[in-house]
Write a protein of this length. Structure first.
Length: 193
């Protein structure tokens, strides 16, 4: 996107998709996503994204309760680490399938959206860096909490801060990806059966 301002494409600063990527959502807006032509692949995609949103909300609720003194550190550890592990595994797998299977098909059936798919792929790189940080922070918290070391509180705080940084980026990406992917899948349903 050579003519596009970086603030329109960078995941950490953009407020939505660049103008050149909006034509699909304009032809099939979100208000129509409940209609019958939204097939199984698109519905599954939306369900996966909703699952990521629920997991991040659950993890943020847990860290928020701990910060507010409503959840003891051992309980935070017991409840947060399994959710974090599941979230990291699901999101990494989902992004791999998108980048290596679905995105190439999308480029082929809708060449005009290639720049949008490039944007989503760059998002995946940025999010993967956040996932790696969350993994390391989660591991540090797990080791400190399991060993009942004095550093467990600091490790939990760092993990909570990491979730606070990662969640808005993921939310922006999920919404923008849906605005490209769902209309595109509806438009080219035969390629996504």
């Amino acid at each position: 996107m050579p003519d596009t301002d970086l603030s329109q494409t960078d995941l950490s600063t953009r407020q939505g998709l660049p103008e050149a990527c909006l034509y699909l959502i304009e032809t099939f807006p979100r208000l129509r996503w409940h209609e019958p032509q939204v097939g199984a692949v698109a519905r599954f995609w939306l369900q996966m994204h909703d699952g990521f949103r629920r997991e991040t909300a659950q993890m943020q609720a847990l860290t928020g309760a701990w910060r507010a003194g409503e959840l003891a550190l051992p309980d935070l550890h017991q409840r947060l680490i399994p959710t974090l592990q599941q979230f990291l595994g699901h999101l990494d797998g989902h992004h791999n399938v998108e980048s290596h299977h679905y995105f190439p098909v999308m480029r082929q059936v809708e060449p005009r959206i290639g720049e949008g798919v490039d944007l989503l792929d760059r998002d995946h790189d940025a999010i993967h860096a956040q996932l790696e940080t969350l993994f390391q922070q989660g591991l540090a918290f797990h080791q400190a909490a399991a060993g009942n070391t004095p550093g467990a509180r600091d490790a939990a705080a760092r993990l909570g801060d990491g979730l606070d940084r990662a969640t808005p980026l993921l939310s922006r990406h999920l919404e923008d990806e849906e605005d490209i992917v769902i209309p595109l899948i509806v438009r080219h349903a035969e390629a996504f059966r």
